[in-house]
Design a protein around this ligand. Structure first.
Ligand SMILES: *Cc1c(COP(=O)(O)O)cnc(C)c1O
Length: 357
């Protein structure tokens, strides 16, 4: 199977597993896991921040960030397609008593023009606008990478409006590698940054939140409260250390594969794709209605050994990652061509399996 559903499906390499086997561990809640301590130090230093705290998932480190900045009754501003607003099970409301205000933004990237005028005035009727959350790279908005200048402009605007800045950097290093700016340059625009190790970096588990010492202290308490403080977590932190040392530069290969895939898809009749705008490892395509739905398409491709992510309606997401080789790309394009030639709407409707309805 060529699995393009997400970069979360990656499996640890033999060398990564060896690093995990060799990890020195201790009780991290007691602050005694040397591998976790090393990881937190490494990432804080790389981003030019004071401190970091290791977490279980990107959802968790995002929610720890929200909690570190906000109190109940506060509001956060986020792009309409932002993960924190739609894919975290209402976490801000449940875990922090925070309301989420979703703002439309071209390509899911907020600019000062989108945000200006949005913070609520200081009045007893209103919640207190406290935090701006950005996503880089953007996920379902299209895998776009913010220009550094736009991040700097939003950051300056937020500070002059008394707002905090949080980055959902699930694909932080896809953004730095693809955007051509450094981790510290990007992190300087934010008070807190969340980074996933379990996506493009190829780790089995783990995320990290980076920020100032007082913010990370609050986030560490939130981690405990949310049930995410682990003990000998150096076992998994070792994978993250390994990935930071070995898997960042190779992300460019994933981006190149994604672009090549998008060009191949765009050349197929009945499919719309945007190769020129494919900036990272996320590829999006849309099917003409007559061909069938994204769910039917995914079912037909699965029969040909390719897994993709139907996004509802006609839209499909295909994600390149460390377990996808450049030699897989022509195979995927051929499988898609076969599907389109043979037709998939009828077959998927009458076939068996989870997508038969
Ligand atoms: C994957 C992802 C997350 C975190 O997901 P987890 O599965 O909780 O690690 C957060 N934000 C974005 C944009 C993501 O794509």
């Amino acid at each position: 199977m060529i699995d393009l559903r997400s970069d979360t499906v990656t499996r640890p390499t033999a060398a990564m597993k060896q690093a995990m086997m060799d990890a020195e561990v201790g009780d991290d809640v007691m602050g005694e896991d040397p591998t976790v301590n090393r990881l937190e130090f490494m990432v804080a230093e790389l981003l030019g921040k004071e401190a970091a705290v290791f977490g279980c998932s990107g959802t968790q480190t995002n929610q720890m960030g929200v909690r570190a900045h906000c109190v109940p009754g506060d509001e956060l501003l986020i792009n309409e397609t932002g993960h924190i607003g739609i894919f975290e099970a209402g976490g801000p409301a449940v875990l922090s008593g925070v309301t989420v205000r979703q703002i439309a933004a071209p390509q899911g990237m907020l600019s000062v023009a989108d945000l200006d005028g949005k913070p609520r005035v200081d009045d007893q009727h209103y919640c207190r606008t406290r935090l701006v959350c950005l996503e880089n790279t953007t996920n379902i908005a299209g895998g776009f990478i913010y220009p550094l200048q736009q991040l700097q402009d939003v950051s300056e605007w937020a500070r002059s409006n008394g707002l905090k800045m949080h980055l959902d950097g699930a694909r932080f290093f896809n953004a730095t590698v693809g955007g051509g700016y450094s981790p510290a340059e990007m992190a300087a625009c934010f008070d807190t940054v969340s980074i996933c190790f379990s996506k493009g970096l190829g780790c089995p588990v783990g995320s990290i939140l980076v920020g100032s010492k007082p913010e990370i202290r609050l986030a560490r308490r939130a981690r405990k409260m949310f049930g995410g403080a682990m003990r000998q977590s150096g076992i998994v932190a070792a994978a993250a250390v390994y990935a930071l040392e070995n898997h960042i530069d190779r992300l460019q290969l994933d981006h190149d594969n994604a672009k090549q895939l998008s060009f191949g898809l765009a050349a197929i009749d009945g499919i719309t794709a945007w190769p020129e705008q494919t900036e990272s490892n996320l590829v999006f395509m849309e099917l003409e209605n007559e061909l069938g739905t994204a769910v039917q398409f995914a079912a037909a491709l699965k029969e040909r050994g390719v897994l993709v992510g139907p996004m509802g309606g006609q839209r499909v997401r295909l994600v390149t990652h460390i377990d996808i080789d450049s030699s897989d790309i022509p195979k995927v394009i051929d499988a898609v061509k076969d599907c389109v030639r043979e037709g998939f709407a009828e077959r998927a409707l009458t076939g068996s399996g989870p997508y038969s309805k």
